[in-house]
Ligand binder design. Sequence first.
Ligand SMILES: [Zn+2]
Length: 453
Amino acid sequence: MGQVFIKNAAFVVSMDAENTVFTGGSVLVEGDKIKAVGKVDPKLVKPGAEVINARGKYVLPGLVNTHVHTSQQLGRGLGDDVNLLTWLHERIWPYESNLTKSDSYVSTLLTGLELIRSGVTSFAEPGGQYVPAMAKAVKELGLRGKLAKSSMDEGEGLPAKWQKTTKQELDEQEEDFKKYNNTANGRVKVWFGLRTIFNNSDKLIQKSKALADKYKTGLHMHVAEVKDEIEYTKARYGVGTVTHLNDLGVLGPNLLAVHTVWLTNAEVDMFAQHDVKVSHNPAAAMRVLGFAKVPRMLKKGICVTIGTDGAPSSNHMDMIDEMWLTSLIHKGWRLDPTVMKAQEILTMATKNGARALLDEGLYGSLTPGMKADLILINPKSASMLPLHDPIANLVTAMHASNVESTMCDGKWLMKNRKILTVNEADILLEAQERADAIRRRAGIELPARFPVQ
Ligand SMILES: [Zn+2]
């Protein structure tokens, strides 16, 4: 098995149980696993190993993005400066329902480039329409992805091609699971997906949870996302979304609840009691959703993670930006700069992410025996130096451009800023062409921002 020996790093930020940082440390990768970390015995390094001198650099576990809509990437810029209903009915539904299978494939490739360039090695996609196309792209990119179909069996105003029965939605997901789960050396996993309570019947919600349990996989759902949602569930069920999900018996450790902004304190306790995982998406929250009770959730022991949401919602599919925003947003609304410390945010973006994606112990920290999912950070830039507090700088000063190399499953996806698994230039070209074609096909017209000559 081939080896990669990353030696003499300024900081190996292991994110192990004690959050050990090895200064002047090394990481030895053998095959798809980490063999040794810290002071590595040179006798373990075989002749022919690839040796990387990481002097002055950091080694970190690959970041985990727990909520990114790969199928919306070609719609970046379609949702700026409009209210939620315009966003949904006039921009996103027409866009997404006009996406073809091959558009979804290219959209996922484009997302993957942005993820790799910002140090992400593992992500969860909440649901596009074409799991096979997404699985193909993830396999080629070399990333780890939890893929789901966006399932909807009710709700007003849905595009005609999305009007499906509960059974159709469940059958399609089960078929995707059987065909694609655990493919690409285990990097592709198929989850069950629920769009939102506006579009999901109780029957679909309960049966999706039952199938996720049966297949020992995850369930990904937007939960208590906007204020209107709580008004809707209160009018329909007499309680908020989370209490209703609790009444349905679907809260559990394999539920990844996204946004989770509009929760009462009692509902936060329900999450803690059932070990529900949370994906916090600060940019989307700041734009339209509101402020989730993340400091309270962490205090209660809830596994809170970070996600970027989709490109038409938050534009940057960049976990490094989201870490920074996570550190700011809660200090701001609580008027307390001591909450959400850098180490806590790094934990959310690595170890907690792995746990939420049901991969605890597989990656998320640099410890021997774990998968070799890691990134090299070069801090030598005007925006990241000096390093008085090397851990804080990772959250408060780093940019995606500081990520020099990204490895997943023991394979370099990017080395010295060059993408190695797919043809980046071709993808960029095709992405723009397809995005224009989808917009025209969907009849989406954006108001002029400037006088056209
Ligand atoms: Zn979302």
